[in-house]
Design a protein around this ligand. Structure first.
Ligand SMILES: Nc1nc2c(ncn2[C@@H]2O[C@H](COP(=O)(O)OP(=O)(O)OP(=O)(O)O)[C@@H](O)[C@H]2O)c(=O)[nH]1
Length: 515
């Protein structure tokens, strides 16, 4: 699988990664090639388009890290976008429901439904210690029920006794009842297939679904079928709803387009892949491994990841040191404001903090919005270098000049300076020489650097990742917040999520008081 795509992408990137500089035209040309390669691999058109759009957007805005060549950066972006397209890592079969948990298998004839029903049953039995009952609801193909019975014998999993003349819905009811009485954990319903999707098939599936109330509906799709598989998935999903996908014949030499598009089209995770005819030829789906395989450029990807980590860590450490020594000048404040803009402004930042929902309204009511960031940045950029490092220079006439330059007024400037002073004081306090504070500051920076991901710079200080902080750090933060009560304008209600904490949120520029 994926061999052709692998070759094509390989040659596109080989032409790119060695180069010292890349123009926008170079990136566009590479993207055109990538688009063609994906289409040839049978990836659905809409998926290709959204894929290349996202890569373009990220490639154009990316900061090229020192020690990394631009082409390598593009490889990393394509890799990450591939992983994103393939969906999340390790989606297991969900058995989190009262027993017996019903799993309904759907798909076209010959897609590997029956084989996969056996494989999954065997896995649930052997790896997760579940007592499984399998039932074939295929009354159209005479040998189908018998085929499943034999499969059950082979793998040591029980099957529902065959009663001639029952329809699929009756069989599904009997299966659930038998499972309940027999103390089974899981019931696997292997439904009938058709050569193509038609109304009677969909109606039958909907009826079974209604009567058996399955917890999982897994669509089994042949990864060799290309575009058709994508339409099939869309149809099944819209009509009866699926909870996950199983891609079979991933051991074959198909172009892989279906495998690449299915999750993007349905939004449902690929839970497992079939890699052979044998009963244990079933594997978990690992998007990252597949992306690595397709690109065949694992070295470059990890090189870029390492460079990004090192630079983030270096910048965060430098900033932390500056703050500890109380050197938090207006350049640093500007960096912080920019960082916040990057994080999606106020809305984005609040969304990252637990329990910030309520605060959003207060912030809005205080008249603080994303334009405030822009205004504050304009003020700082209208200052001279000297003024930025030494705000004490800012007396009346200088303020007037800055106000004119930034389209603001003296009151705005005073507000900004006050905010900066308070933040600088707080930074000093928090970064105080006692080891604890230092650790806390590092924690804050680290959390932020992580949140920022690749595109971010250093997590220029500031937003604590409360969810990841250890309890001691939280306690320390709370104490500092209490000390700071009233010292920071705005945010009077304190930090929700820190029980009982009052006062400002370290790192967030103070909000103007309500007029
Ligand atoms: N190579 C390979 N073959 C597979 C895989 N999964 C299933 N098969 C084979 O595909 C063929 C069809 O599989 P079945 O499980 O009978 O298909 P089905 O969807 O149940 O078909 P119907 O019962 O006719 O609806 C069998 O020969 C399987 O051994 C896989 O992951 N890899």
């Amino acid at each position: 699988m994926f061999e052709t795509l692998q070759e094509r992408l390989g040659s596109i990137f080989n032409g790119l990664t060695g180069r010292g500089a890349l123009s926008e035209a170079d990136v566009s040309a590479a993207l055109r090639e990538i688009r063609r390669a994906l289409i040839e691999a049978d990836v659905s058109l809409e998926v290709v388009k959204s894929f290349t759009d996202k890569v373009r957007e990220k490639a154009v805005g990316a900061t090229v890290l020192k020690s990394i060549k631009p082409g390598q950066m593009v490889v990393k972006i394509v890799h990450d976008e591939l992983v994103e397209m393939l969906g999340s890592e390790g989606s297991e079969i969900d058995l989190n429901a009262p027993a017996p948990v019903v799993i309904m298998m759907v798909g076209l004839q010959g897609s590997g439904k029956t084989t996969t029903t056996g494989k999954i049953s065997k896995r649930l039995h052997e790896k997760r210690g579940k007592k499984v009952l399998m039932a074939s609801l295929d009354t159209r193909r005479p040998a189908a029920q018998e085929q499943l019975r034999q499969l059950g014998e082979q793998i040591g999993v029980a099957t529902l006794p065959i009663i001639a003349g029952q329809n699929p819905v009756e069989i599904s009811r009997r299966a659930v009842q038998a499972a309940r009485l027999g103390g089974y954990d899981v019931v696997m319903l292997d439904t009938a297939g058709r050569t193509h999707i038609d109304e009677p098939l969909m109606a039958e599936m909907a009826e079974i679904r209604h009567s058996a109330d399955p917890h999982e509906i897994l669509l089994v799709a042949d990864s060799l079928t290309g575009q058709d598989a994508v339409n099939l998935a869309r149809n099944f999903n819209e009509r009866i709803g699926v909870t996950g996908l199983v891609l079979t014949r991933m051991d074959g030499d198909g172009r892989g387009g279906a495998a690449l598009s299915m999750r993007a089209v349905t939004g449902k995770p690929v839970k497992l892949i079939g890699v052979g005819e044998k009963m244990d030829a079933l594997e978990d789906f690992h998007p990252k491994r597949i992306a690595d395989r397709i690109l065949g450029m694992g070295d470059i990807v990890s090189l870029v990841e390492k460079a990004a980590e090192t630079i983030d860590a270096e910048k965060a450490a430098a900033m932390a040191q500056k703050m500890q020594s109380g050197q938090f000048d207006l350049n640093d404040l500007a960096e912080q404001l920019k960082q916040m803009q990057k994080m999606g402004g106020m809305g984005g930042i609040m969304g990252m903090l637990p329990g910030m929902g309520k605060m959003k309204d207060q912030v809005a009511a205080a008249g603080f919005d994303d334009r405030t960031f822009a205004r504050q940045l304009a003020i700082i950029s209208s200052m001279t270098k000297k003024e930025r490092t030494n705000p004490d220079l800012l007396k009346h006439s200088r303020k007037q000049r800055i106000a004119n330059g930034s389209g603001t007024n003296a009151a705005d400037i005073n507000k900004l300076l006050k905010m900066h002073r308070q933040m600088a004081d707080m930074m000093k306090m928090m970064g105080g020489k006692g080891g604890k504070g230092k650790g806390m500051m590092r924690g804050l920076m680290g959390g932020m650097a992580q949140k920022m991901g690749l595109g971010g710079m250093a997590g220029m200080g500031g937003m604590p990742d409360l969810a990841k902080m250890d309890p001691r750090q939280l306690e320390e933060l709370q104490k500092q917040a209490e000390k700071m009560q009233g010292k920071l304008p705005g945010l009077g209600a304190g930090l929700p999520g820190l029980p009982g904490a009052q006062g400002g949120l370290p790192g967030l520029p103070g909000l103007p008081r309500k007029k």
